[in-house]
Design a protein around this ligand. Structure first.
Ligand code: P6P
Length: 327
């Protein structure tokens, strides 16, 4: 148990005090959510909550519990001006007059929760923006481009509880040590190799895909005799945190494209608390994050629950997919 703790790592990286405290509040919330997830079966919390969220998705009991934990733990941080949750329609304003230096935290409290009752990995995703001026407490005030993020990360509740974070330069992975309760640095400087032979996509939507995506996947499946001249493997966890964690660990490309089934909503995954934070992490690890036709972090938000197409991972593979979109 000689690895650095999260606090030691942040201090060594001369993270400013306000951001360091916010990271620790988020880590505390994730520790508590991990505990609820691991004890869900005993508390009868693995099933549905009987309610719907703003996305029109049936909520799991643990979705609601996780959101309440995050709101409580992170919401009492005195520099947090607003919380934007996947589970809640309205922005949760914590201050009447947000000031420069305050934070906005966008988060998905329990991503992939459809995996809970089959005991597969789920996670918490968060994105942090720091205000450079005071703002009005309006919805449009939180619609800030992904390039403005000062930090992003996720917790993954798998065989072990992990925490992966970036402040823009590099990505570092921590593992929760049950004995001490600390997150210890176990995967420093996570880097995505530019090439890969592994893609992640929900292949059951094949008939819904647009032509460029179908051409790309067809090419991968034709292997050495096809246009790519090499074989590909496929993984799909139905949990973005799990798929992105694999890509940050060994490379790969993740696609949740716009298709004829989700085009009316602009895609499936949400910009502010899924695509932007994962996009920042992937880029900080040397990968690329695209809508298929442009950089995710450059998307100008028009709503805090808006959805976007997501293609991210190994840089050269993302470029191949973008090339299919432009041809
Ligand atoms: P599908 C989970 O609901 C999620 O938002 C992401 O974590 C995941 O990548 C995707 O949706 C799974 O979608 O269509 O496979 O259920």
């Amino acid at each position: 148990m000689t690895q650095m703790t999260l606090r030691q790592h942040l201090r060594a990286g001369s993270t400013d005090t306000d951001l360091m405290i916010l990271f620790e509040d988020i880590a505390e919330a994730c520790r508590m959510i991990a505990d609820e997830v691991r004890h869900g079966a005993f508390a009868g919390n693995l099933g549905a909550a009987g309610t719907q969220n703003v996305q029109g998705e049936a909520q799991k009991a643990l979705d609601v519990i996780s959101d309440e934990i995050f709101q409580a733990q992170v919401g009492r941080n005195t520099r947090v001006a607003a919380l934007v949750s996947e589970e809640v329609d309205a922005v949760n304003w914590r201050k009447d007059t947000p000031q420069a230096g305050d934070f906005i935290v966008y988060y998905d409290p329990l991503d992939g929760s459809s995996n809970l009752d089959v005991n597969l990995s789920v996670g918490t995703i968060f994105s942090i923006v720091r205000l450079d001026a005071s703002i009005e407490t309006t919805d449009s005030a939180v619609q800030i481009k992904g390039t403005a993020q000062i930090a992003a990360g996720y917790a993954i509740y798998g065989p072990s509880t992990g925490l992966v974070i970036t402040t823009g330069q590099g990505v570092d992975g921590f593992t929760h040590h049950p004995g001490s309760g600390s997150f210890l640095l176990t995967q420093p400087d996570m880097t995505i190799p530019p090439e890969t032979q592994e893609f992640a996509i929900n292949a059951s939507r094949y008939d819904l895909w647009e032509a460029p995506v179908r051409q790309y996947i067809d090419g991968c499946l034709r292997g050495v005799d096809g246009p790519r001249g090499k074989t590909f493997n496929m993984r799909w966890c139905a949990s973005m945190v799990a798929d992105v964690h694999r890509i940050l660990t060994r490379g790969g490309v993740f696609l949740y494209p716009k298709d004829s089934g989700n085009a009316a909503q602009g895609g499936k995954l949400r910009l502010m608390y899924e695509a932007n934070p994962m996009g920042m992490l992937v880029e900080a690890a040397g990968g690329a994050s695209s809508t298929g036709t442009g950089r995710i972090l450059e998307v100008v938000p028009t709503g805090h629950h808006q959805r976007v197409p997501v293609i991210l991972g190994s840089k050269h593979e993302v470029a191949v997919i973008e090339d299919y979109h432009t041809k």
